[in-house]
Design a protein around this ligand. Structure first.
Ligand code: 5GP
Length: 174
């Protein structure tokens, strides 16, 4: 029987990801200097991206996590369930929402609307991956790691049935 890891094709190596995140970190640090932004990572998929992005930030900042469920297997379920809310008070704060991947855009839309309900000063979005051919959104995505075609991607925090998150590169399933 073939293992799922035999069917993986490298999309971005660990060093390519590191380099890109350094650039994003520098851009964010420049824009948010003296603003004390709060990064909100979307669990589970963003945990590695969040950790590396935060370590590329050279200004004072805070962080929190929010957890939602929108996928079962390789398909979006179409409904978003909030599993864990943020603990921080984000009123009048500059938020940077950190996603692993924007596919249909449903999750980011849901989270953005929800966070706007807490009266922040601003909300920007940073995503490691973006599928422009699929996403239906009517707002800007401020920081994008890589634009990718419509493929199912795993590794670097992204799962296949909760597995493969530990891989240090990004792969698509052949
Ligand atoms: P959206 O709501 O934009 O369709 O999907 C957002 C969420 O779906 C992501 O945070 C991620 O958890 C999951 N997702 C979407 N596309 C992929 C993919 O290619 N690979 C993996 N592992 N998860 C995905």
């Amino acid at each position: 029987m073939r293992n799922i890891t035999d069917n993986l094709e490298l999309l971005y190596s660990a060093s390519e990801i590191r380099k890109r995140i350094k650039t994003l970190g520098a851009l964010i640090s420049k824009k948010y200097d003296k603003k004390d932004p709060i990064f909100i990572g979307v669990l589970n998929g963003s945990f590695i991206f969040m950790a590396d992005l935060l370590r590329s930030i050279s200004i004072e900042c805070e962080m929190d996590f929010i957890k939602v469920r929108s996928y079962s297997g390789q398909k979006s379920s179409g409904t978003i369930q909030l599993l864990k809310d943020i603990s921080a008070d984000v009123k009048d704060r500059d938020i940077i929402l950190v996603e692993d991947i924007i596919d249909t855009g449903l999750t980011i839309k849901f989270l953005r609307n929800r966070l706007f309900g807490s009266s922040p000063k601003s909300i920007a979005i940073a995503t490691l991956l973006f599928k422009p051919s699929v996403a239906e959104i009517d707002f800007d995505i401020d920081y994008i790691g890589f634009e990718i075609p419509q493929e199912y991607v795993v590794g670097y925090g992204l799962d296949y049935e909760q597995k493969l998150r530990h891989l240090d590169g990004l792969y698509c399933i052949k």
